[in-house]
Write a protein that binds this ligand. Structure first.
Ligand code: ADE
Ligand code: ZN
Length: 336
């Protein structure tokens, strides 16, 4: 039951924060996709007005392959990356970890260094224009093989690109089954090479996916993780180890994990002592903004300014930003 008036959009925008769970694949504008599709002579899967009407996660992931297939040039990739930084600044965030999954981008298959270079060019241009810094999390798809995972880690370790902060895994756990053992070695090697580890779990899997992420993949952070709420022992483990959850309420509503915000466990997880942050997941495709996520939850759960400050602090602490960026954001937060 709400006990505090919802803060204004401007005040939520001014809240110093980070974003720790967003995908480059989720940043396409419908009008741009339509234009690219026309130029390439590729049919649209649906009319522009309902292009982003998804039936669930499987349909959504299939759409990503179509959309990313149109981003075939360095300039398109750089502009898309710049656009994400711009959106981040609009949401009042001072840093983000941005996930991209090379499997969705057919034009770039076999050209990972060039792909990272193109994204980096867009993010560098954004920083030069005063937009916030962004680190990259390079993602495996849940349905890939152990060999493919080893190959990606080999490539990242050889490249040692300063923009890349983490290895990630995303995709559909419901389609892939329990794949913790399949990816354990790749994640172990990534960790040993100094990469952080972030794992999608507890969205299309139940609590067992979150437990595997912790015990088999050594996750520094869980993307979503919301279905951990179904296992009180697991919630206790997350609290005990203070493993952060990058939660995306609008995404969970749009992709039918929960029917109503009132049913969403973000507030129960927070109250239990879990380290939770609010994020957009796939901001444009799912119609989510960072300020909108804070407003949605503040309204639904009656969060106070202190609650919002704690959420923002979690987002900063959970990020893979360097110590200077974190210290600057924490200082700014003290003045909010
Ligand atoms: N890739 C992009 N968005 C995703 C999500 N919500 N779950 C799994 N994989 C994704
Ligand atoms: Zn995600």
């Amino acid at each position: 039951m709400p006990t505090h008036p919802c803060p204004s959009t401007e005040r939520l925008r001014a809240l110093p924060k980070a974003e720790v769970h967003a995908h480059l694949e989720g940043c396409f504008e419908a009008a741009v996709l339509e234009q690219w599709a026309q130029q390439a002579g590729v049919p649209m899967p649906r009319p522009r007005e309902c292009l982003f009407a998804f039936e669930g996660l499987a349909d959504f992931l299939h759409f990503l392959d179509w959309a990313c297939g149109l981003a075939s040039t360095r300039q398109r990739l750089a502009e898309l990356s710049y656009g994400y930084s711009k959106r981040l600044a609009d949401g009042g965030a001072g840093y983000a970890d941005l996930i991209f999954n090379p499997t969705h981008w057919p034009a770039w298959h076999g050209r990972l260094p060039e792909m990272i270079d193109a994204i980096d060019a867009g993010l560098r241009a954004a920083e030069q224009d005063g937009l916030p810094p962004v680190g990259l999390c390079v993602s495996l798809l849940r349905t890939q093989s152990a060999d493919a995972a080893a190959e990606l880690v080999d490539a990242l370790v050889a490249l040692r690109h300063p923009r890349v902060v983490a290895l990630s895994v995303d995709g559909n756990e419901a389609a892939a089954g329990r794949t913790g053992p399949r990816f354990a070695q790749a994640f172990q090697r990534a960790g040993a090479a100094g990469l952080r580890r972030t794992v999608h779990a507890g969205e299309s899997s139940g609590p067992e996916g979150v437990r595997d992420a912790i015990e088999l993949l050594g996750a520094d952070r869980i993307d979503h993780g919301v279905r951990a709420i179904e296992d009180p022992d697991l919630v206790a483990l997350l609290v005990d180890r203070q493993i952060p959850l990058g939660i995306c309420p609008t995404s969970n509503l749009k992709l039918a994990v929960y029917a109503r915000i009132e049913d969403h466990p973000v507030d129960r997880l927070r109250r239990a002592g879990a380290v939770v942050s609010l994020n957009t997941d796939d901001p444009v495709l799912l119609g989510a903004s960072l300020v909108g996520e804070y407003a949605l939850c503040a309204q639904a759960f009656g969060w106070s300014d202190d609650d919002l400050r704690a959420l923002a602090r979690h987002s900063i602490d959970a990020s893979f930003a360097n110590a200077d960026i974190k210290a600057g954001l924490v200082q700014a937060l003290a003045n909010w």
